[in-house]
Design a protein around this ligand. Structure first.
Ligand code: F6R
Length: 621
C-alpha cells in the first residue's frame, strides 16, 4: 500500500542521477503498491518544489513535463492508495508543514489523527487536505520550528503518533538530508556511493544499488549523500542489518509480455521450481531457511493454525489438507483479521504458520504478533526476504519466487502451496510420520510439477478463446471438492479482482444446501474435477454435482485430469491438466483459472496489473 521513495546524492552527482529521475524510476517500480495519485518533492537552491496529481503515475509525468522541476540532488516521491480522503490532487502526497517548506510523504494509517487534527486546528494550524498525513506534516513542522533539526523533529512527532506509518521528510533549511521513520510499515535503505536511497521495498531503488539495510520497528533513519544513521524513537543509537538484494532488476520488468500478470502466470514453472530448490541437506533431509526454535520444539507441535488473507488464505486451505494428511497434526486455517478478535486457544505447543507474499500484510502481522504474545511458536512462509513477518517469526520458509508485481497474486499462490507441502513433509520427517522413501517419492512428484505447469501454459490459447467469448458474462460460479475447493475459491477471486465480474467459489457438496438456487438457464459453472484414479477418489461425487447443476440449466466448464474422458459428456468445455498425486493437484488445476480470469479481463480492456481499488501490499488493518 502506498509506494515511498527517497533519494539523496552529492550535488555533483546530479548530472548523473538527477533526483527526479531516480524518484520517478522508483515510483514506476512501486506503482503496484498504490496508483490513485502520485507526487514528488525535490529540494534545490534553498527551496522545495513539488508536483502532485491524482490518477496514475502517467498523470504526474505529464504534469512535470508541463511544469518542469529545477535539477536537484535530493527528494521524495509517493504513489498513493487512498485511506483518509479521496484520490484527489489535493489529497495526493507530499503534504506540507505550516512554513510550506517541510514536505512529508506517508504510508500507513495514523490512528489518532482525529484527536491530533482537532488539537492542531485549535492551535491555529490550517489543513488543506482530508489526509491523516497532513497531521504528521504539521507536527513535524512544529517540532522543526522549535529545534531546527529534521531528525529530532521527526523523533518528537512520531512519539505522538499511533498506528502504522512510514514517513519521509525533507526541508530546504537542511538540504543535506532525507529523514524517515517507520512503525508497523515497511521501509528499506539502499546504499550507494555518494548517494543513498529509501524505498517501501527494494524495487524502489533496485536499478541503482543491490546493497541495502533493513530497519527495525520504531526507528528513524537519516540519509545524507555519504552516510546513513539510525536511531530508535527514544533517541538511542541503533544499527540496521545489511543485506544484498539478489533479485534481478529485469525480474521486475515485463520481458515482452503485455502485463506483469501474464508474465507472472508464465513464470510459474520457475517459481515452483525455485521454491523447491535446495531444500535438502547432505543427508537428503528437508531443511527450512531460518530456524530460531529447536527442531524438538517443532516436533512437539500439537496444533497448527495457519494465518493469512485473501489468496494466501486459500493456499493455507490447501496446506491444511496436505499437512493434516502427512503429519496427523490438526490444522486450522484462519483469516488473519478475524483471528485476534475471537480469543483463540493457543499455547506453546501451537505452531502458528503465517503465509504472506509481501510479508507486510498488516492483518497477518498483527495476528502473528498476537500469537507470539500468547506463547505460540511462529513460522512464516513468505516471498519477500527481510520483510517484517519473517523477521519477527521463529522460523522461515522463503518462497524464492521472485518479485510479484501484478497486484493480484498468481505465481506466489502456487509457490505458497509448494512451500506448504515442504513444511508438511518437513514436520512429517521430524515426527517420523512418513518413511524417508515416502517423502522422497512425494518430493520427486513435486519436482515434476514445473514441467506439467508448462504443458498447461503451452495450451493456453483454448482457455483464452473461451474467456474472450465469455467477456459479457455477468456471473460465474466455481465448484471444487477437497483440495479443489480452495482452487475454486481462488478461481472466483481472480475473476472478481481482474474482471469485476460477480463470481463465487463453493465446495461442490455445499451446493444443494443453498447456492444451487443461483443456477438458472445458461449460468456458467467451472468445476474442478478430482482425479478418477484411486480408491478414495471423489470423482463420482463431483460428477453427480455436475449433473445437478446441468439439470437446472448450467453450462459446465470442467478442469479435469488428462485421460478423464468421462467428463466430456458433462462439459461444454474441458481443460485437461496432467496427472499428479491428488494432494498436489492445486498446483495444476489453478493455472487454467488464472489464465481465464486474466484473458477475460484483458478482453474487457481492464488493467490486469492494477485492478481498481486494490493494493498489492495491504499495510493497513
Ligand atoms: C489476491 C491477492 C490478495 C493477497 C492478500 C494477502 O490476488 O493478492 O488477496 O493474497 O492481500 O497478501 P500477502 O500475501 O502479501 O500477505
Amino acid at each position: 500500500m502506498c509506494g515511498i521513495v527517497g533519494y539523496i546524492g552529492l550535488p555533483e552527482k546530479s548530472a548523473e542521477h538527477h533526483a527526479l529521475d531516480v524518484l520517478m524510476e522508483g515510483l514506476r517500480r512501486l506503482e503496484y503498491r498504490g496508483y490513485d495519485s502520485a507526487g514528488v518533492a525535490t529540494v534545490a537552491g534553498g527551496a522545495v518544489e513539488s508536483r502532485k496529481k491524482s490518477g496514475k503515475l502517467a498523470n504526474l509525468v505529464a504534469e512535470i513535463e508541463q511544469q518542469p522541476l529545477t535539477p536537484a540532488s535530493l527528494g521524495i516521491g509517493h504513489t498513493r492508495w487512498a485511506t483518509h480522503g479521496g484520490p484527489t490532487d489535493l489529497n495526493a502526497h507530499p503534504h506540507f508543514g505550516d512554513d510550506n517548506k517541510l514536505a512529508v510523504i506517508h504510508n500507513g494509517i495514523i490512528e489518532n489523527f482525529a484527536q491530533l487534527r482537532q488539537r492542531l486546528s485549535a492551535a491555529g494550524h490550517v489543513f488543506d487536505s482530508q489526509t491523516d498525513t497532513e497531521v504528521a506534516a504539521k507536527l513535524i513542522g512544529e517540532a522543526f520550528q522549535a529545534t531546527g533539526d529534521l531528525t529530532e523533529a521527526m523523533r518528537q512527532a512520531v512519539n505522538e503518533l499511533e498506528g502504522a506509518f512510514t514517513l519521509l521528510a525533507v526541508h530546504p533549511d537542511q538540504p543535506d538530508r532525507v529523514v524517515a521513520a517507520r512503525r508497523n510499515s515497511p521501509l528499506v535503505v539502499g546504499l550507494g556511493e555518494g548517494e543513498n536511497f529509501l524505498g517501501s521495498d527494494v524495487s524502489g531503488f533496485i536499478d541503482f544499488t543491490r546493497e541495502a539495510v533493513e530497519l527495525e520497528q520504531d526507528q528513524i533513519v537519516t540519509i545524507t549523500a555519504g552516510d546513513v544513521s539510525i536511531i530508535n524513537f527514544d533517541g538511542s543509537a541503533a544499527a540496521g542489518k545489511r543485506f544484498y538484494i539478489d533479485w534481478d532488476a529485469t525480474a521486475a520488468e515485463k520481458s515482452g509480455y503485455d502485463s506483469f500478470m501474464e508474465k507472472e502466470i508464465n513464470e510459474q514453472p520457475k517459481a515452483v521450481e525455485d521454491t523447491l530448490l535446495g531444500r535438502t541437506d547432505a543427508a537428503g533431509r528437508l531443511t527450512l531457511d531460518e530456524l530460531r526454535i529447536s527442531p524438538e520444539q517443532l516436533k512437539d507441535t500439537t496444533k497448527i493454525i495457519v494465518l493469512a488473507c485473501g489468496t494466501a488464505a486459500y493456499a493455507g486451505t490447501v496446506a491444511k489438507y496436505a499437512i493434516e494428511h502427512w503429519t496427523r497434526i490438526p490444522v486450522e486455517v484462519e483469516l488473519a483479521h478475524e483471528f485476534r478478535y475471537r480469543d483463540p486457544i493457543i499455547d506453546e505447543t501451537t505452531l502458528v504458520v503465517s503465509i504472506s507474499q509481501s510479508g507486510e500484510t498488516m492483518d497477518t502481522l498483527m495476528a502473528v504478533r498476537y500469537a507470539k504474545e500468547q506463547g505460540a511458536r511462529t513460522l512464516s512462509i513468505c516471498n519477500t526476504n527481510g520483510s517484517t513477518i519473517p523477521r519477527e517469526s521463529d522460523a522461515v520458509l522463503y518462497l524464492h519466487a521472485g518479485p510479484e508485481i501484478a497486484v493480484a497474486s498468481t505465481k506466489a499462490f502456487l509457490a505458497m502451496i509448494a512451500a506448504s507441502y515442504l513444511l508438511g513433509l518437513y514436520l512429517a520427517q521430524l515426527r517420523g510420520q512418513l518413511f524417508s522413501g515416502q517423502i522422497s517419492d512425494i518430493l520427486a512428484d513435486l519436482h515434476k510439477i514445473p514441467a506439467k505447469i508448462q504443458k498447461i501454459l503451452d495450451s493456453a490459447d483454448e482457455i483464452k478463446a473461451l474467456a474472450q467469448a465469455m467477456a459479457q458474462t455477468p456471473s460465474v460460479l466455481f465448484l471444487g471438492r477437497h483440495v479443489g475447493f480452495p482452487v475454486a475459491m481462488e478461481g472466483a477471486l481472480k475473476l472478481k479482482e481482474l474482471a469485476y465480474i460477480h463470481a463465487e467459489g463453493f465446495a461442490a457438496g455445499e451446493l444443494k444446501h443453498g447456492p444451487i438456487a443461483l443456477i438458472e438457464e445458461g449460468q456458467p459453472v467451472f468445476v474442478v474435477v478430482p482425479s478418477p484414479r484411486g480408491r478414495d477418489s471423489l470423482h463420482g461425487k463431483v460428477v453427480s454435482n455436475i449433473q445437478e447443476v446441468r439439470a437446472r440449466g448450467a453450462k459446465t466448464i470442467t478442469v479435469a485430469e488428462e485421460g478423464d474422458d468421462a467428463v466430456r459428456e458433462f462439459s461444454e468445455n474441458v481443460f485437461f491438466v496432467p496427472e499428479t498425486q491428488p494432494l498436489l493437484m492445486p498446483l495444476l488445476t489453478t493455472v487454467p483459472l488464472q489464465i481465464f480470469a486474466c484473458a477475460l479481463a484483458s478482453e474487457k480492456g481492464y488493467d490486469v496489473d492494477q485492478p481498481r481499488n486494490l493494493a498489492k501490499s495491504v499495510t493497513v488493518e
